[in-house]
Design a protein around this ligand. Structure first.
Ligand code: DP6
Length: 327
């Protein structure tokens, strides 16, 4: 019996300029480019073992057998890895997260980044980072950004070959922190994949996409110049544009809780007072408060006094996905 095993760790990421809607859903070619920060401190550990004695894939997430839909999505991704490696062997996949999954904390990003790297390594291959990023993109769009550390841009392209991510500033380039305000650890109702399919039903999506190049350029510049207040404006605008598209889709998607809006309002007020903090929100109710590290203690303390706050996770710029010893 031949067993080939490898393990990898990947961090999730928080998009500053968001991916919402696909030009090609099957290939996960996004309607617009995006920029994110890889989030250190939160991580997915995944081990893949190709085992010739198996007659199907076996997938466990956080110690439990994965649901039918999650298993199907992971198996489809293993098929992509098997195709690259020229093998047909089934695999055991064990994946563990140190943060709540499915609550808008981008667990699919770290999950498919770690799965891609562990799977390729277990198959005895090594891919160039851009190739690995393209592979991860097919599993979950945002996963292509989690292959890289620090500040990352994913290029929207009309072709599979052209749509991958790259890091443009290392994790230590700018001492930002992400205070992730958890309002609910419950699994969200409508997942991102279903949400992307609704984007084009909003009359606002075309305007959001048409202006994306300008926002990407402004975000890149603000990061490279470490210009916090410009970054804050463009991040919040981009977040609000994506949620406006969600709110005006058919059917509408409303991820916010009343407390989400209270946090957004409080963060805006704190920034007017001079604190370096801004908000961004993915497909869930939780709020990411991006701040410079010198303001992080004060902001975290204030967040704990707001209604509905269950927990505040503190994260920092994270590293690229890496192969690790199996545990
Ligand atoms: C709101 O990458 O989770 O977080 O490709 O269907 O897996 P799939 O979608 P996913 O979408 C992420 C949406 C977002 C914005 C972003 O991360 O850019």
């Amino acid at each position: 019996m031949t067993l080939r095993t490898a393990s990898a760790i990947a961090n999730p990421n928080i998009a500053f300029i968001k991916y919402w809607g696909n030009r090609d859903a099957a290939l996960r070619l996004p309607s617009n480019g995006s920029i994110s920060l890889t989030i250190g401190g939160l991580e997915t550990y995944t081990s893949v073992t190709f085992d010739e004695s198996l007659s199907s894939d076996h997938i466990a997430i956080d110690g439990q057998p994965a649901s039918a839909s999650a298993s199907e999505r992971v198996s489809l991704h293993l098929d992509r890895i098997r195709l690259v490696a020229g093998i047909e062997t089934y695999a055991t996949v064990e994946s563990r997260n140190n943060f709540p999954v499915g609550a808008g904390l981008a667990s699919s990003a770290s999950a498919f980044a770690a799965l891609s790297l562990a799977g390729i390594s277990a198959a005895g291959l090594s891919l160039q980072p851009a190739e690995l990023s393209r592979l991860a993109r097919r599993g979950s769009g945002s996963a292509c950004r989690s292959i890289f550390g620090g500040f990352v841009e994913w290029y929207a392209s009309e072709t599979d070959e052209g749509s991958y991510a790259e890091s443009f500033a290392a994790p230590d380039y700018w001492d930002l922190q992400d205070l992730i305000v958890i309002l609910s650890g419950e699994h969200k109702g409508v997942g991102s994949t279903q949400g992307h399919a609704l984007a084009d039903t909003s009359p606002l999506q075309s305007a959001r996409v048409a202006d994306a190049q300008r926002r990407l350029k402004e975000c890149r510049r603000a990061i490279l110049d470490r210009d916090f207040f410009s970054l804050a404006s463009i991040i919040e605008l981009d977040c609000n544009l994506m949620h406006a598209v969600m709110h005006t889709s058919t059917p509408p998607l409303m991820y916010w809780y009343p407390e989400t809006l209270q946090i957004m309002t409080a963060v805006s007020k704190w920034r007017e007072e001079g604190h370096e903090v801004c908000y961004t929100i993915d497909a869930g109710p939780n709020v990411h408060c991006i701040c410079t590290s010198k303001h992080a203690d004060t902001i975290e303390e204030r967040l704990h006094h707001l209604p509905g706050v269950v927990k505040v996770l503190r994260a920092h710029p994270g590293d690229s996905a890496r192969v690790v010893p199996s545990i």
